[in-house]
Write a protein that binds this ligand. Structure first.
Ligand code: TRP
Length: 323
């Protein structure tokens, strides 16, 4: 069985974008691969090192969403990065093999540095830590979106470089490119926690209705009766995902017969229906926090076992063994 590793930063409650873009895909992959899913708390420190107070809750809520969304702890190891110290050790060793310009050239680095003024050593090493996450499990594939592709290539380069220097040790991972559907947020921009335009899986039905009421639609359709343009409407993008007969909306929207208020009500019903099983499962999990913690502990035990195997070889081949 081939091995898959992926990770997600503990942002707390998952939103529709996280679900459609990553989690749903993982759920299908868990049947076919040996799978490791890592809540990358150390990565989140690169930007949030000053605010660690709510880290614990964010990690917990994310684990709950993973399970409610369909990950099966019998099939995949779900664990917290910092519980497997081997990631840090391999990060350090790999950091010797990568040049600073290689890291400063990465678009993810340039963008975030400019956006957030981040200029720390830890942040520069973000993709090296990510490479360690992957290589420490000898992963064959890494399911990620296009924005992460270069990070996986770096991981593969580092594996190759390691193998050239010290002999065949680490597998060169490949990207398993995930087709990430565009999930618009309430303001029409990409759904994202930092833009505060998200709908959480955990939101209840009323909250979902309330949020969708504020959602942007075609800015030129001001009232019912005005002709709408589904092709540019962010609300319609969500209908395409959650409304099975979404094509039936097009004509009445264009003619003005269907107003945005009713259109939103239809989406609310469909979305709530789709999320109901996840939300129900979620409620049960939140009532059993010990179970969720046990899943994470058990996941870490399995992850450590595999990571320790890799690191034994890494140390051996690097001649880091003295007695
Ligand atoms: N950088 C990834 C992201 O922002 C998260 C991540 C950390 C990751 N380590 C990983 C993804 C290892 C895949 C594999 O989405």
């Amino acid at each position: 069985m081939k091995t898959i590793l992926s990770g997600m930063q503990p942002t707390g409650y998952l939103h529709l974008g996280n679900y459609e873009g990553a989690l749903k895909n993982w759920v299908t992959l868990q049947d076919k691969y040996e799978m490791y899913l890592c809540v990358v708390d150390w990565h989140s420190l690169t930007a949030e090192y000053e605010n660690t107070g709510d880290l614990k809750d964010k990690v917990f809520q994310m684990a709950v969403d993973f399970l409610a969304g369909g990950l099966d702890p019998e099939k995949c190891a779900i664990f917290i990065q910092s519980e497997v110290k081997e990631h840090a050790e391999l990060h350090l060793l790999l950091s010797m093999l990568v040049t600073v310009p290689t890291l400063t050239r990465l678009p993810t680095y340039v963008e975030k540095k400019n956006d957030q003024g981040l200029d720390t050593y830890g942040f520069l090493g973000y993709p090296v830590l990510q490479a360690a996450d992957i290589l420490v499990y000898n992963a064959d594939y890494v399911p990620v979106g296009k924005d992460q592709e270069k990070h996986i290539w770096l991981a593969a380069d580092l594996a190759k470089r390691f193998n050239n220097l010290y002999g065949p040790t680490i597998n060169e991972p490949q990207v398993l490119l995930t087709e990430i559907p565009t999930i618009p947020g309430l303001d029409g921009r990409k759904m994202s926690k930092s833009l505060n335009n998200e709908i959480a899986l955990a939101a209840d039905e009323e909250e979902t209705a309330k949020k969708l009421k504020r959602m942007f639609t075609d800015p030129e359709k001001l009232r019912k009766g005005d002709p709408g343009r589904p092709e540019i409407c962010p609300l319609y993008l969500l209908h395409r995902i959650y409304t099975p007969d979404h094509e039936d909306i097009v004509a009445p929207c264009k003619s003005g017969e269907l107003g945005c208020v009713d259109c939103k009500k239809r989406l609310t019903v469909n979305l709530n229906e789709r999320l109901a099983p996840i939300r129900e499962k979620r409620k049960k999990l939140v009532e059993k926090p010990d179970y969720v913690i046990d899943v994470l502990k058990d996941g870490a035990i399995r992850a450590r076992r595999k990571a320790a195997e890799t690191m034994a070889k890494v140390r051996d081949n690097m001649k880091l063994k003295y007695y």
